[in-house]
Design a protein around this ligand. Structure first.
Ligand SMILES: *[C@@H]1O[C@H](CO)[C@@H](O)[C@H](O)[C@H]1NC(C)=O
Ligand SMILES: *[C@@H]1O[C@H](CO)[C@@H](O)[C@H](O)[C@H]1NC(C)=O
Ligand SMILES: *[C@@H]1O[C@H](CO)[C@@H](O)[C@H](O)[C@H]1NC(C)=O
Ligand SMILES: *[C@@H]1O[C@H](CO)[C@@H](O)[C@H](O)[C@H]1NC(C)=O
Ligand SMILES: *[C@@H]1O[C@H](CO)[C@@H](O)[C@H](O)[C@H]1NC(C)=O
Ligand SMILES: *[C@@H]1O[C@H](CO)[C@@H](O)[C@H](O)[C@H]1NC(C)=O
Ligand SMILES: *[C@@H]1O[C@H](CO)[C@@H](O)[C@H](O)[C@H]1NC(C)=O
Ligand SMILES: *[C@@H]1O[C@H](CO)[C@@H](O)[C@H](O)[C@H]1NC(C)=O
Ligand SMILES: CC(=O)N[C@H]1CO[C@H](CO)[C@@H](O)[C@@H]1O
Length: 871
């Protein structure tokens, strides 16, 4: 082994990991091996001298599959290609796997303690230290089961061996993180030490993670009371007195606090200390304001000696929820109605956590104009919540469906397996642990204690008392659906009525099922087709062919083969009927991007239009934001972080100030999601025919109001085929706030009565086939680099017509001139644009630093060409 690598795994014999009370350290890495490869007993193997040099080396946290990938036993590029994931024999994951580490520790002085702290091991684990078993899988259960074990009596001076035996995971029988029908399962079902394990050194009294409550309620307050809650435990047998002290810190300075404590032997209690924060800095979701954060540091001292320390960051903000007369849930943040515009987050299929990747994902969330992500039972690493706090993205957390987590009397979600007494204990430990982790984060909007189904009364009591125990400051929602509810919590106020597969844009303007009223917890037209550059990385040529030649083919990179969404049949039937049969793969993908753009734009627009309706649309979660692996649907950008049609449709539909056409009422609506934009606005409504001839133009002057939508005009006739261009301007500054182009035809006819849980069928499709035979046009383009700095570059592209015929759905790509690959992450202000006669459309693109670039333009009726290059 490389000496450098070796040194990473052999802790220096001198430096103890946690020398003083108050110190906490993550076990930095593990040796990993299958129990099938191990002959020695676990008590032998967990002795410091056991030889595991032939085992795999892995980092501080990772599932078994993540570890095997890290050790090149498998290759990700290869596993993601075609159906090669199927080539892995799952039987090697049906036996336990062993994680072993050695760390330097010293037996602490009398009265001090060393704790081993877990945050969940999937599916359950036995823990050993220096030959002794310190916990068994009877208690260390579930991917969120966080526990701490006092290991003081077993500590030796020098190297100490820690061994974790992780048991296999069956999603139906064990508390893991399952993927339902999202994608094929990882062969190990997520088994292993997927979250960090820590060693903590405390004095006689230990301090649990801090919780923070404030009395801020959304009205202007000159002073806010911040209460810091700390659970203190006397680990000794005799009484002890001491002081909990600390400070709340911000840019404005530091406010100290302290509170004497007096504990009997073995006693635990909660200390609550309050400080007054004058002129509080309020935390806002992005788009509404800044994200100022406060820090609390606290310690507990006994006779002036620090026994333990803790710290956390928090934000001052307030979240509430309420049910309307129709039982629709709505949220407020800092007193203003917070319309959830969100999407479902997927972790990596092997649960690998790359903070930079997650930061990019959240940056895409903000770039599109979304304000929330939903974690459907995929509660992440702590870094995700820190990022969300700093970036202002709200997080709707909760448990997952379709497996062990919902093994209730009244459903068959867990394949019929019901919870036993031990399961309720695991659920309680999981809820306590996750609530404790999430409690101080200002980004957390709510916790959903059920997903497709509500928890039974026994589980509800356990969940709610665990949340209360952790001073949960946010709404608790009984499920993400309307199927039923525990009386203790009442109706969820959320609907889960589909669709999950393709529906036409006017679906969202209906009055049934998933249409834009109330709160849709997971719904969408299922779109998210990647562009060719991404598809080539995971689809063999026969699958690329199948995409456009075999519309009903099952595809391994759609949902699981046993699911409704294994084929693209519904989508493809609509694509062919509406845009014409694909003549090639590139024609198919061009049409797919048009379909995807229309679908996401319409969903978000309808929820925006209906936010001020008599039965308001209060929130929507698009199903989904991203995928766990390279996928063909249910995503707003692909696994490789390439944004395509679905992304830009969403981005248009989510604009802060926007102008929208309702295809059912033929009304034009002015949308405003902001809280502080007020003033005169002018909307220009142009009707243009397929040849580019202007049919009519109309200008409407109006005043805009915050957080509302209102109708401002109505089209009198709708042409068989043509375009509608809406432009929203601020007349004072002459700036264009939104430009929105629709292609119109007679709308699709929906057969609502034949709706099922995943779609509503169409009996007559819109006819956009004419768009394939628009005459070819030439665009005059200019590409200029506006800014180049260490932080990246900004390039401006302008597109100007040279003919009367519209240039339809023009895709712009920024390539790295060296690799010829598209650059990601990439932030285009707009893309897939349509340019009319006498019009100049200007867009900009921002990327991180790069050496040489070129911009390529491609579209249905413009010739593919490089339109600009630079260094
Ligand atoms: C995985 O395989 C691909 C090609 O098959 C290769 O280019 C890549 O370097 C491999 N990755 C690793 C980590 O070995
Ligand atoms: C993973 O979970 C599924 C669903 O419960 C189960 O059928 C499968 O056997 C599990 N795989 C392993 C390796 O245990
Ligand atoms: C918020 O608290 C202040 C001060 O206690 C009170 O006057 C106000 O009515 C409260 N507002 C709401 C919305 O509860
Ligand atoms: C304990 O907290 C007090 C008050 O914030 C602080 O002054 C002191 O430095 C802290 N001690 C340690 C060791 O962190
Ligand atoms: C806060 O506590 C964590 C451990 O929970 C520690 O890693 C970190 O260094 C502490 N931060 C400060 C500023 O003390
Ligand atoms: C937002 O709209 C609501 C009506 O839905 C209104 O009561 C509230 O005052 C508005 N908030 C702001 C900040 O204007
Ligand atoms: C949205 O509301 C804000 C806040 O009042 C206002 O400044 C802005 O002009 C409004 N925009 C539109 C399009 O209504
Ligand atoms: C769709 O429109 C085209 C003209 O753009 C027309 O030729 C065709 O017949 C129409 N298709 C149907 C099914 O109406
Ligand atoms: C740059 C350019 O050629 N612009 C043309 C756009 O189309 C109109 C006619 O509709 C011409 O007048 C412009 O010259």
């Amino acid at each position: 082994m490389h000496p450098l690598l070796l040194s990473l795994f052999l802790p220096s014999a001198l430096a103890a990991l946690v020398p003083s009370p108050g110190d906490t350290a993550i076990i930095p890495g593990w040796h990993l091996q299958s129990s099938l490869q191990v002959t020695a007993s676990l008590s032998k193997l967990s002795q410091p001298n056991a030889d595991t040099s032939s085992w795999h080396r892995v980092g501080s946290r990772g599932t078994v599959m993540a570890g095997l990938l890290q050790n090149s036993i498998y290759n990700e590029t290869d596993l993601f290609y075609g159906d090669r994931l199927n080539s892995i024999d799952p039987s090697r994951f049906q036996s336990p796997w062993i994680y072993r580490s050695e760390v330097t520790l010293h037996p602490p002085p009398r009265g001090e303690h060393i704790l081993l702290v877990t945050h969940g091991v999937t599916s359950r684990a036995d823990l050993f230290l220096n030959g002794a078993q310190i916990a068994s899988s009877a208690s260390q259960q579930g991917c969120y089961g966080g526990h701490s074990y006092d290991i003081t009596p077993h500590i030796r001076s020098g190297l100490n061996a820690i061994l974790v035996q992780a048991y296999p995971t069956d999603y139906m029988a064990d508390f893991g993180q399952g993927f339902a029908d999202w994608n094929p399962y990882p062969p190990d079902n997520g088994t292993g030490v997927w979250r960090n394990v820590e060693i903590k050194h405390t004095g006689m009294v230990s301090l649990a993670p801090l919780r923070v409550l404030t009395d801020y309620n959304g009205t202007d307050m000159e002073q806010v009371t911040v209460s810091v809650r700390a659970d203190v435990t006397n680990r000794g047998n005799g009484p002890v007195t001491g002081v909990v002290q600390g400070a709340v810190q911000s840019e404005d300075g530091s406010i100290p606090f302290s509170s004497p404590i007096s504990l009997r032997g073995g006693e635990s209690t909660t200390v609550s200390v309050s400080v007054a924060v004058k002129n509080p800095r309020i935390w806002w979701p992005a788009g509404w304001g800044l994200q100022p954060l406060y820090t609390v540091h606290a310690n507990v001292t006994i006779q002036d000696q620090v026994a333990d320390r803790a710290n956390t960051t928090f934000g001052i903000r307030s979240v509430t929820s309420a049910l309307s007369r129709e039982s629709d849930i709505s949220f407020t943040v800092n007193g203003s109605p917070f319309r959830v515009r969100g999407a479902g987050y997927a972790p990596d299929i092997f649960l690998r956590f790359d903070a930079e990747r997650v930061r990019n994902i959240l940056q895409y969330v903000l770039d599109m104009g979304l304000n929330t992500i939903r974690l459907e039972g995929k509660l992440e690493q702590p870094e995700l919540y820190d990022l969300a706090d700093r970036m202002g993205v709200m997080v709707m957390a909760g448990w997952e469906c379709c497996d062990k987590w919902e093994g209730w009397e009244y459903n068959d979600e867990a394949g019929g397996i019901k919870w036993d007494d031990a399961d309720y204990k695991t659920a309680e430990a999981s809820m306590l642990h996750e609530a404790e982790q999430l409690q101080p984060h200002p980004s957390v909007l709510a916790f959903l204690v059920g997903s497709d189904y509500w928890p039974n009364d026994r589980a509800t009591a356990i969940y709610t008392s665990a949340l209360r125990r952790m001073d949960w400051p946010n709404p608790i929602v009984s499920s993400a659906a309307q199927r039923g509810y525990p009386s203790k919590l009442g109706p969820s106020g959320m609907k889960m009525l589909g669709p999950y597969d393709w529906v036409p844009p006017n679906y969202w303007y209906g009055s049934q099922r998933g249409a834009a009223f109330g709160f849709g917890s997971e719904q969408g037209a299922g779109v998210g087709t990647p562009e060719l550059s991404s598809l080539r990385r995971f689809l063999p040529s026969q699958d690329l062919d199948a995409l456009w030649k075999r519309p009903d083919a099952g595809l391994f990179h759609m949902s699981r083969s046993d699911s409704q969404f294994y084929t693209r049949s519904i989508y493809n039937a609509a694509l062919t009927a509406r845009y014409g049969a694909p003549s090639s793969l590139s024609d198919y993908l061009w049409k797919a991007q048009i379909m995807d753009y229309e679908a996401t734009r319409a969903e978000f627009e309808a929820f925006a239009v209906r936010q001020s309706a008599p039965r308001p649309a209060t929130g929507v979660i698009y199903w989904m934001l991203n995928s766990a692996w390279p996928n063909l649907h249910w995503q707003l950008f692909d696994y490789y972080l390439h944004p395509a049609g679905a992304y830009f449709g969403a981005k248009v539909g989510l604009r802060m100030e926007h102008v929208v056409y309702d295809p059912e009422s033929h009304e034009v609506h002015l949308i405003n999601h902001s809280l502080d934009q007020r003033g005169k606005r002018v909307v220009t409504i142009d009707r243009i025919d397929q040849q580019g001839q202007q049919i009519s133009t109309e200008e409407v002057s109006t005043d805009t109001l915050p957080n509302t939508s209102k109708p401002i005009a109505r089209l009198k006739t709708v042409p068989e085929m043509g375009f509608l261009r809406l432009i929203l301007q601020d007349p004072d500054t002459k700036t264009t706030l939104s430009r929105n182009v629709y292609w119109l035809s007679a709308t699709d006819k929906l057969d609502w009565g034949k709706s099922n849980w995943y779609t509503t069928p169409v009996t007559e499709y819109a006819n956009f086939t004419g768009l394939s035979s628009l005459g070819s046009v030439e665009l005059v383009t200019t590409v200029t680099m506006q800014e180049k700095s260490k932080s990246g570059l900004t390039i401006e592209v302008t597109l100007e017509n040279r003919s009367r015929t519209p240039a339809f759905f023009v895709h712009l790509m920024l390539l790295d001139s060296v690799t010829q690959d598209e650059v990601v992450p990439v932030y285009w202000t707009d893309n897939y644009v349509t340019v009319f006669a006498e019009e100049r459309v200007r867009v900009t693109v921002q990327v991180a630093e790069m050496s040489a670039w070129k911009v390529v333009m491609v579209g249905g009726n413009v010739k593919r060409r490089v339109i600009g290059e630079g260094k």
